[in-house]
Design a protein around this ligand. Sequence first.
Ligand code: NDP
Length: 448
Amino acid sequence: MFKSEYLNRVYNEFVTKNPNLTEYQNTALEILESIEPYILEHKEFEDKKLVERFLEPERFIQFKVVWTDDKGNYQVNRGFRCQYNSAIGPYKGGLRFHPSVNESIIKFLALEQTLKNSLTTLPMGGGKGGSDFDPKGKSDAEVLRFCQSFMSELYKYIGPNVDVPAGDIGVGGREIGYMFGQYKKLTNDFSGVLTGKGLTYGGSLARKEATGYGLCYFTKNALKALRNTSFEGKTVIISGSGNVAIYANEKATALGAKVVAMSDSNGYIYDKDGIDLDVIKEIKEVQRERIKKYVELKGRGEYHEGCKGIWQIKCDIALPCATQNELDLDDAKALVKNGCMCVCEGANMPSTLDAAKYFIDNKIVFGPAKAANAGGVATSGLEMSQNSERMSWTFEQVDKKLNDIMTNIFESCYKEAKAYGKSEFDLLTGANISGFKKVSQAMLDQGI
Ligand code: NDP
């Protein structure tokens, strides 16, 4: 599998130690394949067991979350926090509430987060957590009781200099607020222990927009460097209609593109005249309803049941912003056949590994998740800085810093892709090597 005997051995041991954790194994494989040229240059890493040290999470916590629903019935969920690597700063990474959450998903996300946070150049280690709780269809009171119960356990393991969680799928401003309130009650400490907070209690302007905007800033740089073009006049499809997807649509549109399709986990809408984002915000952010409602509210467009069909739509740029493994090799082939020139990932690991390789081999501008969607955590880092200095910066200040960070991330991926990748289009290799270099150096320096 690898040229390096060392990596073959490490990966086989990793699979034996982590049976059935498919997403986690796939992420480790992707990372090891990318960093192999760098490992081959450094024979001393084998003696120091550096890759084994890197792949082992520092801590994995699983706990019981008991809460009562509106009928007074007991409900039991699982909570998780994986504190993967703290070599370059306190653990940092989101909390996901979705029925699919399990050990494999949390560990793959935490490993990805470790390299992503390194890429931002901010001092943040990697972590991730969440629960198999499904906020969909629950009342506010039920979500409040769940969040309080979840935080009643999690608070023991986090802190502004220890581990700073944020939002992810199913965890937005409402959930962060409820968890922050409970943390404060339990610790009597008003601190920046969570990011993605509301603006009245320490949140940062532009945090809500950051992942989607950052994705477009990364894409803008990649389009310019690799194809000497821009968003102007391009047709875009975006999967998902959550936090990342909505603000990716907003920025892509501001940069001159037309977004014609978006989705949720039930299906997708196609509006050839360009999706009216205000209607999507009303459905998703205000009413918490299904995307199907777009056609009824807007009076135009088409709704299609099922998510897969979205990749069959003709477009110049595709921004997968829903969830892991939502775009497979067949979808990748359909996109390329229909003339798509650019795929940048807003979600975490939305493309399967073979789909990602297909894009790179076909010289499609491909922005891998850990680089392209790093704007969210980067702005969380900026929120931590504002909390520490007890100041708040303007939207424009934060947005400018975000734009600069995304430009730097692109440039470091591009530089390493040219040095170690298959071609300058191999930003996946660029991102993994760039992120790994900094974390591994800090681990060597600290003997951890
Ligand atoms: P949200 O919960 O706000 O939105 C998620 C969206 O994806 C919803 O439209 C949801 O539809 C859809 N979705 C979820 N699961 C599936 C599925 N199995 N199939 C199809 N669609 C699905 O989450 P975010 O926008 O915050 O996160 C989206 C992705 O971006 C995730 O991979 C996350 O890890 C990643 N990310 C998020 C960051 C952030 O700052 N929020 C930062 C970096 C990465 P439905 O409503 O029907 O469930």
